[in-house]
Design a protein around this ligand. Sequence first.
Ligand code: IMP
Ligand code: MG
Length: 183
Amino acid sequence: MIEEIEEILVSREELQKNARELGKRISSDYEGKDLVLIGVLKGGVVFFSDLIREITIPIEIDFISVSSYGNSTRSSGVVRIIKDTDIDVSGKHVLIVEDLVDTGLTLHYLKDLFKGRGPKDVKICTALDKPSRRKVEIEIEYKGITIPDKFVVGYGLDYGGKYRNLADVCVLKPWVYEKGEEN
Ligand code: IMP
Ligand code: MG
């Protein structure tokens, strides 16, 4: 374990089990339907790759890259599209796959964006949920593990662009964040 880690909040085994259960539900709910999974970059990529390998029906995949945080632990509330999807989702079922729902602002924006593109429906799947900091109400059809109000890294989630490759969801030691805030 690297020295910056204070605590493991969700282990890789729990995260794998979570992806397996959600993948099973999605496979049965969307049986016989045209499903497009949209991965939200960059954070969603680790969960996305776990999830799609647990889905047993034919699907299409695509990615969108958005930024709602700078390099800090605070949400700016502004969602910016950095890279859009290229698949035509009209007439198809869309499932947006996120790492974590925090304030809900990102998914609120993304849901509306995809709804405007003529799909059959748009639903949300998230690996983690931090409901204590929600700013907008949002329905999450496929909700993974609920976590407390702590800033976490790993399993795709970053702090200042780093720690995405940690296999567990971790809390960093306070000095790491204090160092970051000074910059
Ligand atoms: P929201 O718009 O506040 O719901 O969150 C948008 C995105 O911010 C999430 O999908 C994460 O990528 C990122 N985020 C929120 N909380 C954390 C955290 O604790 N650690 C790292 N990234 C986070
Ligand atoms: Mg994200």
